[in-house]
Design a protein around this ligand. Sequence first.
Ligand code: SAH
Ligand code: SF4
Ligand code: F3S
Length: 479
Amino acid sequence: MYNDNPTLNFNDKTIDEKKQGDVFFKEQIAKKDQELTKKFYIESYGCQMNFSDSEIVASILAEQGFSSTRNLEESDLILINTCSIREKAEDTVRKRLRIFDKVKAQRPGTLVGVLGCMAERLKTKFLEEEKLVDMVVGPDAYRDLPKLVAGAEEGNKGVNVFLSREETYADISPMRLGTNGVSAFISIMRGCDNMCSFCVVPFTRGRERSRDAFSIVAEATELFEKGYREVTLLGQNVDSYKWENPETNQPVSFAHLLEMVAKVHPDLRIRFSTSHPKDMTDDVLHTMAAYENICNYIHLPVQSGNTRVLDLMNRTYTREWYMERIEAIRRIIPDCAVSSDIIAGFCTETEEEHQDTLSIMSFSDYSMSYMFYYSERPGTLAARKYEDDISLGVKKKRLQEIIRLQQQISFEHNQRDIGKRFKVLIEGDSKRSDQDFCGRNSQNKMIVFPKQEGLLPGQYTWVEVFEATSATLKGKIVH
Ligand code: SAH
Ligand code: SF4
Ligand code: F3S
């Protein structure tokens, strides 16, 4: 879900004119068009929101006649959508910029644009630090990209890092990148108002705002009609989604929204991320229980299992509150899987407090977790108020313990699935073999199983699990 590694995301252009006769002629025109249109290349880092934003950027550029390419060397415009969440994420981006510099040297005239959270955090400093960057564009300024590109073509470097209180890109139909044609992301809100003390997101993404509920339903409907069978509703804190229907003045909560999207079609699976423990209501859980197509899976980041540390983190819940939320999930959706984000070695964390994190992991029985050691981010509350006093060695040791425990919990979690039957949405060939399909069950676990004639990606099938590691389940189709 969070990605510090280079990831390309691109759609192959569909060729839909393969009829005989005029094929040659059309291909010649297409070739000429391709030579005339400018090509952009985009790489994305960070969370799903960033990947979703890249699809909005691609759509804005396509409107202006740009075509997409996966080939860095043939691009006229190189874009990198960046993440600032940890120092490592920013280091990766800087390394990629060195590579882009080389491409630029070989192909003078190629433009390089930095988008996303790192652009927002560093603003004009980027142009000073990275001499070959032509554009710096923050997450709320993507509509301005065509203008900034045109300016850069004239030799004027451009920066737009204006953060908006309204922008949700609701009217833009994202161009799906790197898609399997089965699952897609839908951004339902932007920004974050929470101010967790370790986190840079409120500074890079600005104030929280929710997107028009009808535009979300329309996007889900369009995706379903195009053959997609799973949508993931995205926001930094989906439970605080709040939108008012201007015609009726009726407020729409996240639970309402989930219901509206679930009603698009029973064969469209709904997932969402991320839930905040302080805001996740029983209403949401009851809605999940009421609709079979809302998946039984919640990403509920705990960050720490100790109340004093949670307080320093400004998470605004206690260990007990979090445990009660886990119990509510078990009560209302007994077969729901829960995953988490965990930070090791936050400022002043003691060994005993670290043990509290380990014990809450066991209590919560996470199917999986994203685990990190604390990385101080400039400008955050923690950077200003607390000393980053846990040594790197201790942070790494605690993180290792967390990872080891999670592997064990995941393994046991998966072992319990042996012999169970799950409804699986087929996503495509498994990574290892084109004889096998892979797909997820409602609990978001990947299951690999031998193909069967007549079945295709995007269809549902029932699979019985017979083998499990800490990462994957293996099964066979049952009827
Ligand atoms: N909105 C989500 C998380 C977004 S950031 C939420 O509230 O849970 C994704 C994850 O990165 C966080 O959950 C946290 O575990 C981790 N993270 C954020 N800032 C960090 C930092 N400074 N150091 C280490 N990990 C961090
Ligand atoms: Fe960051 Fe906290 Fe907002 Fe998540 S809820 S994005 S961790 S400030
Ligand atoms: Fe990174 Fe920005 Fe997402 S900092 S995690 S890309 S919101």
